[in-house]
Design a protein around this ligand. Structure first.
Ligand code: BDR
Ligand code: CA
Length: 313
């Protein structure tokens, strides 16, 4: 079977990093055209450094990393060191990455590699603020003809927001970019807090990963240890929610998730609720659906998948 061509656009972030490790292990299933990074959890110079370091940990010196937008389209950048630590990936040892950063801007890489992918369409997999993806769409709208799906982490419906009462972090950081993406007309699959809050990294699950003893698994367990400190206090739960790996888990095993076609719009006008994802779950607006909203997940199956792939290293 032909491998699925993907571009992962991210802001590592422990959960972005674990998503990369999951994707990098899927060598039979995924053809990773490149990894692009954006400012989000930490500033751009750290997200691109972190992505390159994760390539080292995974032994994937064939994967190129491109840096993109250092700020959102309209608003000032918000970062999340209080969740992710000052490095963005606290919990592992930070060493200088062995591979250089590519010189091309991430937006131009997304445009060129999507337009030039002649033997099959490209799936975009954003797990951070959507600045790079939106600007690529605005700069060269014809890329959408060769995008089969956008599979993204962001938004919230039943869970409410995690960075404002109304908004999830990725949507809050660049709501205008999210608006462009949700209006783009291509199929979108959306993993918001309603599912990610079901995927708790409990002590037992972390120890199961650590026991694999591969470099990637040890790094994952270390990052989850750190992630847990903040989130178990915030949510009074048995473990931190694991957000971004929903995207690649879906590409590898879509049956893990229950999804529903919905119309989703992003609030960009109200200062109070900016970044809110209005998910028309019950079809009350009569508007056509523009996305598949994930609302339920087989959490044990998800962690089984993560363990299986981290065990491949
Ligand atoms: C999202 O925000 C970031 O903190 C995580 O990396 C994830 O992409 C969760 O709201
Ligand atoms: Ca992220």
């Amino acid at each position: 079977m032909a491998k699925r061509k993907i571009i992962i656009d991210c802001d590592p972030g422990q959960d972005d990093a674990i998503n990369l490790l999951l994707a990098f292990a899927a060598t039979d299933e995924l053809d990773i055209l490149g990894v692009t990074t954006v400012a989000g959890n930490v500033p751009l110079e750290l997200t691109e450094r972190n992505a390159r370091l994760i390539c080292d940990i995974a032994g994937r010196d064939d994967v190129c990393v491109y840096a993109g937008c250092s700020r959102p389209m309209v608003r000032a950048l918000i970062t999340a060191e209080k969740v992710h630590g000052t490095t963005g990936i606290d919990g592992i040892e930070i060493t200088p990455p062995s591979r250089p950063l590519e010189s091309r801007h991430a937006v131009d890489f997304i445009i060129n590699s999507t337009l030039n992918a002649i033997d099959g369409p490209v799936t975009l997999v954003p797990t951070g603020p959507l600045s790079n993806i939106a600007i690529a769409i605005v700069k060269e709208p014809s890329i959408l003809d060769n995008v089969d799906q956008i599979v993204l982490m962001g938004g919230a419906m039943r869970e409410g927001g995690n960075y404002s009462p109304s908004a999830e972090f990725n949507m809050l950081v660049d709501p205008h970019a999210a608006h462009v993406v949700f209006e783009c007309g291509r199929p979108i699959v959306v993993f918001g807090l309603d599912v990610t809050h079901q995927l708790l990294a409990t002590r037992e699950r972390i120890e199961r990963i650590r026991a694999l003893s591969t470099r990637a698994a040890t790094a994952t367990a270390g990052m989850l240890d750190f992630f847990n400190r903040h989130d178990t206090e915030k949510y009074k739960s048995g473990g931190a929610p694991l957000h971004d790996p929903c995207t690649v888990a879906y590409l590898l095993k879509p049956d893990l998730f229950e999804c529903k076609d919905c119309n989703i719009s992003v609030e960009i006008h109200s200062e109070l609720t900016i970044g809110h994802t209005a998910v028309d779950f019950w079809g009350v607006t009569g508007k056509d659906s523009n996305a598949m909203w994930a609302y339920d997940v087989d959490a044990d199956g998800f962690y089984d998948l993560l363990v299986e792939y981290l065990g491949r290293y």
